[in-house]
Write a protein that binds this ligand. Structure first.
Ligand SMILES: Nc1ncnc2c1ncn2[C@@H]1O[C@H](COP(=O)(O)OP(=O)(O)OP(=O)(O)O)[C@@H](O)[C@H]1O
Ligand SMILES: [Mg+2]
Length: 504
């Protein structure tokens, strides 16, 4: 009897495999970080081979820690860092270039070229997204234009594109020996190429980007059997039955299935998703329109999304680049040693500013420095930046929705930080709520897979699994909140208009 589901979470900083039971509780986890390859300013790459090796390793770790085998696993779900583009040769199984990561800004020239004819929003009505380096589309174009021989191979039909869900699925199902080349609707909605209404690739947009349609994976729902793991895998013959991009997976794992429900995930970046049900809503306030989920032949659920590029990665930057902390949790100890931010604000526009500003010309700024400022203030300003950016996005969601959210469900690695969560409630002025299982990303993928194979019977089963762990109530006075927000917004203006011809 198979009593468990395994989820593979192929994230930006690490790959995880997590085994869940029927209650949605974690039974065992395997996790491994991969290298962040930073060849020059603005470039971020991953090695797809390393990622695939790590995925196999963490599956083994999770199974052995739980003392289980494939016979105990009913299905496999996959969730992934979105937009990160892998292009590989389907005849050899080898990537033609490293994966170009979602944070990478090298394709700004391609964005500008495309925007010159029809503006930055020329495809927005169809795909829900503005032209930006963030999405997969221009990353594929860059590979085809810059990797020797890639264009010819692509025209010959030898190259395949995928976000890392597709890369993992193709390898897990046999690779060059019958690998399944598929993605799900949520990942497809982050490429710039999928029509939100028909859920099909648009030939006219592919053509504008110079991307042959033969490279593209088949678009399927988020919950159905795509194939089975191949014979040499530890999961041999186990059905792979769910795929959701990480942020949509977290929304699903939070059981935010219905119109009007939302969540904010605090990981490498922060991503607030607001479910708009079966309606495609176009934002007037800098949010993206995206697919939330689609279960088998069921209706498509859409969402508005506020994407913030840099939150947890700002803490990693304090650790790895500045060296003022050794581990991420230490940032809280540092920040607690001071009463306030000492007038210091950090605007972490490392990849420009994403939602709700969408300003590629912005770059990171630390402002308000005086001789008084110390590393405690910097630590505090870093945590505050996470909360302020979320406030900006929440304001956009409230404006688009026409009604204000009354509380915010949160998850992701940073929600372990109590000081941050209290400050978040304070600057939002609404309660912040954390569920027992904060690994909602993996849980959502497990749910999608389990639903497809009848492990769970329906959404009610899943809602019943959601349990509150902790709630932070706002305690800050309104006048103080407003004062801080005014200063934050002033700081944001200082990060803008930085990139020009003098800045490579
Ligand atoms: N106690 C903490 N305080 C502040 N930040 C933290 C804390 N613990 C973890 N983080 C940050 O949270 C992030 C890890 O969170 P999480 O594991 O959810 O990331 P993730 O986005 O899922 O990773 P990936 O991008 O690989 O998917 C890291 O960027 C880390 O710096
Ligand atoms: Mg993640």
């Amino acid at each position: 009897m198979a009593d468990y589901i395994i989820a593979i979470d192929q994230g930006t900083t690490s790959s995880r495999a997590i085994i869940f039971d029927k209650k949605g509780s974690i039974v065992a986890t395997g996790q491994k970080e991969h290298e962040q390859i930073l060849p020059k300013a603005g470039w971020v790459e991953h090695d797809p081979i390393e990622i695939w090796r790590n995925v196999q390793e963490v599956i083994g770790l999770a199974l052995s820690r739980a003392d289980l085998t494939r016979h105990d696993i009913a299905a496999v779900g996959i969730t992934n860092q979105r937009e990160t583009a892998v292009v590989w040769d389907r005849t050899t199984g080898k990537p033609v270039y490293n994966a170009i990561v979602w944070q990478d800004t090298r394709t700004q020239d391609i964005v500008d070229r495309l925007a010159a004819d029809g503006g930055g929003d020329r495809f927005k009505q169809v795909v829900g997204l503005p032209l930006a380096t963030y999405f997969s589309g221009t990353k594929i174009t860059w590979i085809l234009e810059n990797v020797e021989g890639a264009r010819e191979k692509a025209e010959a039909g030898d190259l395949a594109f995928g976000t890392t869900d597709s890369w993992v699925l193709w390898n897990l199902t046999g690779g060059t020996d019958g690998g399944v080349h598929v993605t799900d609707v949520t990942n497809a909605s982050r490429t710039m190429f999928m029509d939100l209404e028909t859920l099909e690739w648009r030939d006219d947009i592919l053509e504008a980007f110079g991307v042959p349609r033969s490279m593209m994976p088949e678009i399927r729902s988020s919950s159905e059997v795509y194939g089975a793991a191949e014979s040499s895998s530890l999961l041999r013959e186990t059905p792979i039955a769910g795929i959701l991009g990480d942020q949509q997976a977290a929304t699903f794992g939070q059981a935010a299935f219905q119109k009007g429900e939302s969540k904010n995930t605090y990981g490498t970046g922060c991503f607030l998703i607001f479910n708009t049900g079966e309606d495609i809503v176009h934002s007037k306030n800098g949010l993206l329109t995206t697919v939330g989920y689609k279960l088998g032949d069921g209706p498509t659920h859409y969402a508005l999304e506020g994407s913030i590029a840099v939150t947890g990665s700002l803490i990693q930057w304090l650790r790895d680049q500045l060296g003022i902390i050794q581990t991420a949790p230490e940032v809280e100890e540092l920040a607690r040693q001071v009463e306030d931010n000492g007038g210091v604000y950090i605007v972490p526009a490392f990849s420009g500013l994403f939602a709700p500003y969408w300003r590629p010309d912005a770059r990171g700024a630390i402002v308000g420095l005086t001789r008084y400022a110390n590393r405690n203030h910097i630590a505090r300003a870093a945590l505050e930046a996470v909360a302020y950016q979320t406030r900006d996005v929440l304001d956009a969601v409230n404006a688009d929705a026409g009604v204000d959210l009354t509380e915010l469900k949160v998850d992701g690695g940073m929600v372990a930080n109590d000081a941050l969560m209290q400050f978040q409630a304070d600057v939002l002025g609404v309660p912040v709520v954390r569920p027992v299982v904060a690994e909602t990303t993996a849980l959502g993928a497990a749910y999608a897979a389990g639903l497809a194979v009848g492990f769970w019977n329906g959404l009610d089963d899943l809602s019943a699994n959601w349990q509150e762990d902790k709630r932070w109530e706002p305690t800050m006075e309104e006048g103080e909140r407003d004062r801080l927000l005014r200063q934050w917004r002033k700081a944001v203006t200082k990060s803008m208009d930085w990139v020009d011809d003098d800045v490579a």
